[in-house]
Design a protein around this ligand. Structure first.
Ligand SMILES: Cc1cc2nc3c(=O)[nH]c(=O)nc-3n(C[C@H](O)[C@H](O)[C@H](O)COP(=O)(O)OP(=O)(O)OC[C@H]3O[C@@H](n4cnc5c(N)ncnc54)[C@H](O)[C@@H]3O)c2cc1C
Length: 508
């Protein structure tokens, strides 16, 4: 049967069965086989591709770096057109006068960092830890954070988008230097999970790269003390990044990371630190601290503070240390924030556990006042399921982050024995993958993980939480005023009248 897709450049279309199956899987889930994968080289090809898909009546599923695990780009039904933005990875302009940067949506955070860093520039929110592969478009479409989280969230930082809608029409949102100018169309498409259209170009603000950095790590015996300290540091806006681990996740990190990897990161750190002697001193401290300093710590919290001068950065860290001490936190070697900051976009080897286990996080964001009750509720859930988790070898830990002054992110992470997907094989460094053992598939363990994920989503709902990476996993509708939800449905119908743009994502 003739297809409008046949008129597209053959180099932009994939129809091979194995490749189509690869594109149907995210980090957690294998979806049904798509009809084809479109890999447009630019916005014109993207627009032509969506027009062809409209003629053929195809469902459209946008995919960025493919680094998510909430079925955001996993179609509900076979026969969709997956649109992979991976070839649209150029940086279109860096404007140092107007302090903006415009990229194609498939540009990775790592590539953007590499382009901006030598100029002493960066974006205020400058990517996720997956940024070596994860794209700016993916971050804008499902929101997220890591670098710069003291300032807010990734999708909140966009200035404007060039959107391609389901019928192939191209629209520009905003003016590209300040928003909102009237009702905020950029905000409408931010965090839309690709349900409203495909981002082709993204304009972000620039700021100057920090000139001075200070690092701090603290160990706490109880979650109450740790959460109180983290929230207070956030309220006082002292750190640009504040993140922590529970003892389980801390141990996983320590197993996976090696001193050899630290040595590699040190080379990068030398560059990041600027001054040579300072770099040598910092490097020597990292090596001397080794990997054992946190072995018996209960919870660890790590901070990066920035300043115009070293004195300013150090003063921020001094205040952070005071807040932690007031909660009984003990200072420990600050190796973890130092290493991460020196190599901000490491290989995505943590996509599998340290022994080759499957891995999936689930997260929610709550107000400070709800952080401890949420942690307690999730801990109680784990305790109630302890024997089942032990029997099926399901491990779980937590990561924590604070966001701007108002929010506290809690991210339980699961490990369980299970078979790998092709996405794991292609994403993890071959040398690292070779050291891991693949487990046999264990549907019972996976079913337990899925049940616990569902229960945790329920806990976040009870605590008034919200989520990034909504995809097809988090219940957006449940968190909305019913009248506001009706408006969202009406907007979806106006932008995508045939319901072909990532149907099911956002629950729309
Ligand atoms: C090892 C590892 C570390 C991670 N660390 C972090 C972290 O620090 N912080 C964090 O928030 N997340 C993290 N993640 C999760 C994930 O990588 C991020 O959420 C990231 O933003 C996903 O970007 P992506 O380009 O891979 O998007 P994808 O997974 O390809 O897509 C995500 C969603 O966006 C849509 N989409 C993608 N591109 C477009 C576009 N151009 N237009 C419209 N819709 C689009 C897709 O349809 C899908 O719904 C991590 C994941 C891994 C595997």
């Amino acid at each position: 049967m003739a297809s409008a897709l046949d008129d597209l450049p053959p180099a932009s279309l994939i129809r091979d069965d194995a490749e189509r199956d690869f594109y149907a899987q995210d980090v957690f889930t294998q979806g049904p086989r798509p009809a084809a994968v479109l890999r447009p080289a630019n916005i014109d090809e993207l627009s032509a591709g969506l027009k062809a898909a409209a003629q053929d009546g195809l469902t459209i599923i946008p995919r960025g770096g493919g680094m998510s695990y909430t079925s955001g780009y996993v179609a509900s039904d076979a026969g969709a057109l997956i649109v992979d933005l991976g070839r649209m990875d150029r940086i279109l302009s860096i404007d140092e006068t107007d302090m903006t940067v415009t990229v194609e949506a498939g540009c990775s955070w790592g590539a953007l960092y590499e382009a901006l860093h030598p100029k002493g520039l960066r974006t205020p929110l400058w990517g996720t830890l997956s940024g070596i592969k994860a794209s700016v478009g993916g971050g804008m479409s499902q929101n997220g954070l890591f670098w710069g989280a003291g300032r807010g969230t990734i999708a909140g930082s966009a200035l404007s988008f060039d959107m391609v809608l389901a019928d192939g029409a191209v629209i520009r949102t905003g003016n590209g230097f300040l928003r909102p100018y009237g009702p905020d169309l950029t905000g409408l498409f931010a965090s839309d999970a690709g349900a409203f259209g495909i981002k082709a170009h993204i304009t972000l603000p620039l700021i100057r790269e920090a000139e001075a950095l200070a690092y701090g790590s603290f160990a706490f015996d109880a979650p109450a003390a740790f959460a109180a300290a983290a929230s207070e540091v956030a309220r006082q806006e002292l750190a640009t990044e504040s993140f922590g681990f529970d003892p389980f996740l801390q141990a996983q990190r320590m197993k996976r990371d090696s001193l050899a990897a630290d040595a590699g990161a040190l080379v990068k750190m030398m560059k990041a630190q600027g001054g040579f002697w300072r770099a040598v001193k910092e490097g020597a401290k990292v090596v001397a601290a080794g990997r054992s300093f946190l072995d018996d710590a209960a919870f660890s919290m790590h901070f990066v503070a920035e300043g115009l001068t070293q004195t300013e950065a150090d003063e921020r860290m001094r205040r952070i240390a005071g807040i932690c001490a007031a909660q009984g936190g003990r200072p420990v070697e600050n190796t973890i924030p130092k290493i991460l900051r020196a190599n901000p976009f490491p290989p995505v080897n943590s996509m599998l556990g340290p022994n080759g286990e499957r891995w999936v996080p689930i997260h929610g964001i709550v107000r400070h006042s709800k952080a401890l009750s949420t942690i307690d509720a999730i801990t109680a859930l784990f305790e109630a399921n302890h024997s089942e988790m032990e029997r099926l070898e399901v491990g779980a830990g937590y990561m924590f982050l604070t966001v701007a002054t108002t929010a506290f992110l809690i991210e339980p992470v699961f490990y369980w024995p299970g078979a790998w997907g092709e996405l794991h094989r292609r994403s993890i460094e071959p040398g690292h993958l070779a050291k891991l053992t693949e487990f046999a598939d264990n549907p019972e363990a996976r079913a337990l993980v899925e049940r616990l994920r569902g229960a945790i989503i329920g806990i976040f709902g009870q605590q008034g939480g919200m989520h990034f990476q909504i995809g097809r996993t988090y219940p957006l509708k449940a968190g909305h005023d019913p009248r506001a939800w009706t408006i969202l449905e009406a907007l979806k119908a106006a932008l995508d009248p045939d319901g072909r743009m990532n149907p099911g994502a956002l629950g729309l």
